[in-house]
Design a protein around this ligand. Structure first.
Ligand SMILES: [Zn+2]
Length: 278
């Protein structure tokens, strides 16, 4: 019954916009709850670089039982931990890390940016400083963030070569069966001299990426990769090799060079993958 309703809503094109609305309203309610319940932690410790609220602790987020094995056994750096959501604005640790890099190591001012599956806080930051095109394969899901979002398939982008100064794809590639095609497309539409920030969940414990690119079994995907719509867990070395094979010059900013950002409650040990077109 649930599937039937879902298919009818998809058929008339309102499923993803409804989901987006639902997500937005639930998100606002959760946000209010955390703001109240974390009021007692207000003070020193961490400062959100989006909303500048200061708290002694942020909202934790740990893997649920069903995915614990995939995440913990493979030691995947995937956005879980003790300080994940800002209790004031609900930004995630992975957004705050990208923001810290944009503010301190790169600049978005006056740039032309391609932002995949836009995250609310990051989009709000870059769109007031740069010219941004947002895209997703299912754009309805993001319409509450940017109503002008375009439908684009990352493996076959409808943009001319050399169109963007910067690309931000924060946890996208692990969803794409033909990931190297997407990497080549991103490299193509990036201007020479441009940079792409291509963050993914990854493991340094693994020597080889775990994957079944065309898998279509959400229960199995959850068990194997820790999320129902992921198609792999990258071994970091392998991920970098695929990016280099797609024409990028890759600079991995290791977590020991990002310590200054720990004050923004970023994920400890997460590195930043900067991909240049030279
Ligand atoms: Zn915040």
């Amino acid at each position: 019954m649930k599937e039937l309703l879902k298919n009818i809503l998809k058929g008339i094109g309102v499923y993803h916009p409804l989901q987006s609305f639902y997500r937005g309203s639930i998100g606002a309610a959760i946000n209010t709850y955390y703001r109240f319940s974390y009021a007692k932690y207000k003070g020193r410790g961490y400062e959100c670089n989006f909303c500048h609220a200061r708290y002694g602790r942020f909202v934790p987020h740990y893997p649920e039982k069903a995915i614990e094995n995939a995440i913990n056994k493979n030691d995947v750096i995937a956005g879980f931990g003790k300080n994940v959501f800002c209790p004031s604005c609900m930004s995630k640790n992975r957004e705050r890390l990208v923001l810290a890099v944009l503010q301190n190591k790169l600049s978005v001012d006056e740039k032309r940016i391609l932002h995949f599956s836009p995250e609310k806080h990051l989009y709000q930051y870059i769109s007031t400083r740069a010219s941004v095109a947002t895209v997703d394969i299912m754009p309805g899901f993001y319409q509450s963030i940017d109503k002008n979002i375009l439908q684009e398939d990352a493996t076959n982008l409808g943009f001319a070569s050399e169109s963007f100064d910067m690309i931000i794809a924060n946890h996208i590639m692990e969803h794409i069966p033909e990931d190297t095609k997407a990497m080549c497309e991103m490299q193509r539409v990036l201007k020479t001299g441009g940079v792409a920030i291509l963050q993914v969940p990854y493991s340094e414990k693994l020597n080889k990426t775990i994957e079944e690119p065309f898998i279509n079994n959400p229960d199995r995907q959850e068990e194997l990769y820790g999320q129902r719509d992921h198609v792999r867990i990258y071994a970091l070395k392998d991920y970098v090799a695929r990016l280099e094979g797609s024409g990028f010059t890759v600079n991995v900013l290791r977590s020991d060079t990002l310590k200054e950002f720990l004050k923004h409650a970023i994920q400890e040990r997460e590195c930043v993958v900067l991909c240049y077109k030279k």
